[in-house]
Design a protein around this ligand. Structure first.
Ligand code: WQD
Length: 343
């Protein structure tokens, strides 16, 4: 299939492009490079031997987006593009609502106008809000997101569900990610956040290569086995393969489908640090700090539905995730080198 991959130069998008190419699909990337780097295109080509077509474009530019859709005649869209820093969204809610929801409205309009009725949406576990129980299943109610970033994911999910209600021939797959970590085995691609990492694994990586002094663990007084936050970490290549698998209900025109993409296992912060030390034979320096606002104690998936309906399940374990993460950072101590342009 010929697939429009919005945000395809990003961490998850680029890994997904590699797996799409390996499965004989044709990804075409649209990305404004606001939080990614053109170097990624060279890395995709080095890994796969194929250089995807790339359009540098902000999806808000409806006219130019429409021209691309008329020219490329896509079979489907995988929609990754959007701002995704939870902390930043709390400080700049209007930026997140305007951007994440605004570009999705434009994308949907252009898809409809060009008869493209297949979309896989990069959603998030944050749509469940503060979990009332774990593991979370797809039929659990959508909660009140604990931050504007999560709220934008809820609004976009609702918009897509309405689209399917109005026009049942629209095939929509909502993929709810838990915590993506790790990197391609080559070490050529990986997570390269701009500025101080919000997320745990990139922060640990930067401590490991000496870019950061010490990891602060946000609270060790949660009601978990060791007091630190428990999450469902999933290898980014497993996540990418989940997107390839999600093309099945699209090709079979199954309408609206929702899947959790996680391992079904919870790992605490201290567990992760220990696994990282063991996998890479190093000692990550850490200190215990206060809890971070908006954090929940535990959050992990029940991914049985994806296994039963997509034939997909996560294969990498936590030690392999830590090994591949460090391998990327060791080979690219300053990420893709160039800081993305100022917003
Ligand atoms: C994980 C654990 C922290 C940093 C977010 C988004 C979610 C998804 C994944 C996009 C928590 C602890 C973290 C640090 C720490 N993103 N931590 N020190 O918050 O579970 O999920 O990223 O889809 O939507 O909400 O991920 O990696 O920030 O935190 O102790 O320096 O690590 O308290 O327990 P989170 P995270």
């Amino acid at each position: 299939m010929k697939i429009c991959v919005t945000g395809g130069m990003g961490y998850i998008g680029s890994h997904t492009c590699v797996e799409l190419i390996k499965n004989n699909h044709v990804p075409v990337i649209i990305d404004n490079l606001s939080n990614s780097n053109k170097e990624v295109l060279n890395r995709i080509e080095t890994i796969t031997g194929y250089r995807p077509k790339f359009y540098k474009l902000d999806l808000i530019k409806e006219e130019r987006l429409d021209k691309i859709f008329k020219k490329e005649k896509f079979d489907a869209v995988i929609h990754f593009a959007g701002l995704k820093a939870v902390g930043e969204s709390v400080k700049k809610p209007k930026l997140y609502y305007g951007n994440n929801i605004g570009i999705s409205v434009i994308l949907l309009k252009v898809m409809r106008r060009n008869g493209v009725k297949n979309i896989i949406f990069s959603s998030s576990a944050t749509v469940y809000g503060v979990p009332t129980h774990v593991p979370l299943v797809e039929t659990d109610p959508i909660g009140e997101a604990t931050n504007p970033y999560g709220q934008t994911k809820i609004e976009i999910e609702k918009m897509l569900m309405r689209e399917h209600e109005i026009d049942p021939s629209f095939n929509i797959v909502l993929l709810r990610y838990f915590n993506p970590v790790g990197a391609h085995e080559s070490g050529l691609m990986g997570e390269d956040p701009w500025g101080i990492p919000n997320n745990l694994m990139p922060y640990i990586n930067q401590v490991a290569v000496g870019r950061r002094e010490c990891l602060t663990i946000f609270g060790n007084d949660y009601p978990t086995h060791d007091g630190t936050g428990v999450r469902d970490y999933i290898h980014v290549v497993d996540l990418a393969l989940g997107h390839v698998a999600a093309l099945k209900p699209i090709q079979e025109k199954q309408g609206l489908k929702i899947y959790n993409l996680g391992t079904g296992k919870g790992t605490s912060v201290l567990d992760l640090v220990k696994a990282y030390d063991e996998a890479n034979n190093i000692q990550i320096k850490y200190q215990i700090g206060p809890r971070r606002a908006g954090d929940v104690a535990e959050n992990y998936a029940d991914a049985t539905l994806a296994k039963n309906e997509l034939g997909w399940e996560a294969k990498f374990n936590i030690v392999e995730m830590c090994r591949d993460s460090y391998n990327w950072q060791k080979k690219n101590p300053n990420g893709y080198n160039v800081e993305p342009s100022e917003k």
